[in-house]
Design a protein around this ligand. Structure first.
Ligand SMILES: *Cc1c(COP(=O)(O)O)cnc(C)c1O
Length: 405
């Protein structure tokens, strides 16, 4: 029998990155602010902003750093409250704590998207900013979220770490809120090992973030407004904040930019293949009475590199048995809430000062399964994964349903 594929291996880095890395190694020019102009990090910023349709981009050491700087750039008072979904990665509430702010969690439904009634109710609980985590690339209703936040003048940060290539009404995720943050960590669509970037149209916000990211003295002069923008807004903002802000030194290295830049051209293919793979496997899983892949929202076009599904009608013992059965068939399933120390289970974020219980989110996490599905997989590999999952459900539940009396 053919073995299920290794879903953890990354794609090779495009060969064109090597030449640039060799040039950087020869010259030793690794720091983004050494070259007078056109350093690889600067080029990445202008290319990424153009790709997304944003005015400004700032490349930094991780998406978590981008989230932290976004919060600092909003200039909120200490202990201001930041609303975020109860289903996200632990680094997200951590960025809030790091910025001396207080994370407030809202419920997430069994379609992995923000529960809007709960979101709206909590928005009026003295909230100063919102982070929308598009967890595993699942987009919450951004029309409703932006309307609710704009009515209250609350800024929205999009945690689009895992959403590069996803669109909402045709518009890139990460460009809908006031600032959008992306990750280049190895499990995301673009892999540089580590790295992140933030995009915004707000010159004041980006100038503050640039300085705090470590553009000390007059290094901010190497951050240019987009071509054709002669408003002087960015320069004016830099002049306003010069020497006013702490330096957190969260810069990206030229080597990382050299690894990222050639992958930008790969994004459309990875999005197309990832979506086709996801939808192919989703159809197979949905044919099982015990597995259910939630529908996306209508305005969303996804860019998945993994699949999430709920176990229907399984009790906790059967959920664990399903996980074991899938494992025995060679497919590793993470059930977010079932492992100890899972970084996506809110009850493990014990550093959050205000403890909250989120019954809906908890129920979802106890049965929501996560399987990696990288864009490079081929049909026969997808068949092996889908068949292993449906058969694992059959192993556990088949006797109950088919042969039960
Ligand atoms: C990966 C991820 C992060 C963290 O990104 P880093 O670049 O590793 O800091 C934050 N939020 C979400 C939704 C993620 O998937």
């Amino acid at each position: 029998m053919a073995l299920p594929p290794n879903v953890y291996d990354a794609e090779p880095i495009p060969a064109s990155a090597r030449e640039e890395i060799e040039r950087l190694l020869q010259s030793g020019d690794l720091f983004r602010y050494t070259a007078a102009e056109n350093a690889p990090v600067s080029l990445l910023e202008s290319e990424f902003a153009a790709m997304l349709g944003s005015k400004y981009a700032l490349a930094v050491s991780s998406c978590s750093a981008a989230l932290f700087l976004s919060l600092k750039a909003l200039d909120l008072p200490r202990d201001a409250r930041v609303l975020l979904p109860g289903f996200t990665f632990a680094a997200v509430p951590s960025s809030v704590v790091h910025a001396d702010l207080v994370p407030v969690l809202c419920e997430v439904g069994d379609n992995y998207r923000i529960d809007l009634a709960d979101f709206e109710a909590r928005l009026d609980d003295n909230i100063s900013a919102v982070i929308i985590s598009h967890m595993r690339g699942h987009t919450s209703d951004m029309d409703a979220i932006m309307a609710l936040c704009e009515a209250r003048d609350i800024p929205v940060i999009e945690d689009a770490a895992h959403s590069l290539g996803t669109t909402w009404h045709g518009r890139n995720i990460g460009t809908i809120g006031h600032v959008g943050c992306f990750s280049f960590q190895s499990y995301k669509l673009i892999n540089a090992g580590e790295g992140g970037i933030m995009v915004s149209d707000d010159a004041n916000l980006i100038a503050r973030a640039v300085i705090m990211s470590g553009a000390y003295e007059h290094n901010w002069k190497k951050h240019k407004a987009p071509e054709g923008d002669n408003t002087g807004a960015l320069e004016a903002a830099f002049a306003r904040w010069q020497n006013q802000l702490p330096l957190y030194n969260l810069r990206l290295s030229n080597l990382s930019a050299a690894i990222i830049r050639p992958q930008l051209a790969e994004v459309p293919r990875r999005v197309r293949d990832g979506r086709a793979n996801h939808d192919y496997v989703a159809d197979k899983l949905n044919a099982s009475p015990w597995l259910q892949v939630p529908e996306k929202l209508a305005p969303e076009d996804r860019a998945p590199d993994s699949i999430q599904f709920n176990l229907e009608g399984l009790d906790n013992t059967q959920i664990l048995a399903f996980q074991d059965a899938a494992n025995a068939r060679g497919v590793k399933v993470q059930v977010f809430g079932q492992s100890t120390d899972n970084a996506r289970a809110f009850w493990n974020w014990q550093f959050v000062p205000e403890k909250q219980e989120l019954p809906k989110t908890r129920a979802m996490l106890m049965s929501a399964c996560d399987v990696r599905l990288p864009a490079r997989l081929k049909r026969d590999e997808l068949d092996l994964i889908a068949d292993a999952l449906t058969s694992a459900a059959e192993d556990v539940m088949g006797a109950v349903k088919a042969y039960g009396t």
